[in-house]
Design a protein around this ligand. Sequence first.
Ligand SMILES: NC(=O)c1ccc[n+]([C@@H]2O[C@H](COP(=O)([O-])OP(=O)(O)OC[C@H]3O[C@@H](n4cnc5c(N)ncnc54)[C@H](O)[C@@H]3O)[C@@H](O)[C@H]2O)c1
Length: 254
Amino acid sequence: MSQQGSLIGRIALVTGSGSGIGKAVAERFAIEGARVIIADRDATAARETAERIGDSARAVVMDIADEQSVVDAFAELTAADLAPNVVVANAGVQLFGSDAPIADLELDTWRRTIDVNLTGTFLTVKHAVRSMLTTGGGSIILTGSPTGINGEGRDFTAYSSSKAGIHGLGRAVAAAYAEQNIRVNTVVPGYTETPLVTAISSDREARAAITSRIPLGRPGTPADVCGAMVFLAGDDAAFATGALFTVDGGMTTL
Ligand SMILES: NC(=O)c1ccc[n+]([C@@H]2O[C@H](COP(=O)([O-])OP(=O)(O)OC[C@H]3O[C@@H](n4cnc5c(N)ncnc54)[C@H](O)[C@@H]3O)[C@@H](O)[C@H]2O)c1
């Protein structure tokens, strides 16, 4: 059955929607009838995504690792009568080439990863919750990773730690604010070919190796992640909170 129009009336802010998964999710949310806020630290990318979507999109420059930037973005939206009732905390980084097994991991790489992925998600969710407490609630969706669940993260100490932290953050916030009508869930995309993972997708051997560990036998695409996001954003997920939703081709079953 078509879910066309399942997000009519929603105002959905998607961080990191200048690229990859966030961009696909914002585009799909707009197709489903939502007003979408394209939030990214890359102003050009945010503007381009918003222009592709058209009138139902608005670009906002927001660096999730900088609390003032997050505060300013929510204030700008509230002033424009666009306080979001859906927030997808999706922006993240993975520092291929410098993330490493712990004996070789520089503190700077650890900090740059944690600052964006975990602290940035914390700041996004903190201010989303504050806003939703004044507007009657909403749905918050975090973006986790298989590396926060099982052994995929051997070479990604900082990234895996940041994503496991996000999974814990989602459970804690879901439990704390359920009574205030705020649902919080985490989508766990598997290996999904976006600019983030060019280091793997452009390396034939690395791509074949990771694909061999995906039971459904292929890499994911940003479009693969959209259905779970639409479901969690909308009323069909009214009784879902505090959960992890893997969209990984079965990778975490192995
Ligand atoms: N691609 C994968 O295989 C995969 C797998 C699991 C999880 N994820 C997660 O999905 C999310 C999206 O990843 P993607 O693959 O689409 O990456 P991407 O690199 O294509 O897009 C990430 C976007 O986030 C933005 N961004 C980065 N730091 C930011 C900051 N401090 N403030 C605001 N925006 C910022 C970037 O400008 C970019 O537009 C990330 O959290 C990533 O960890 C990706």
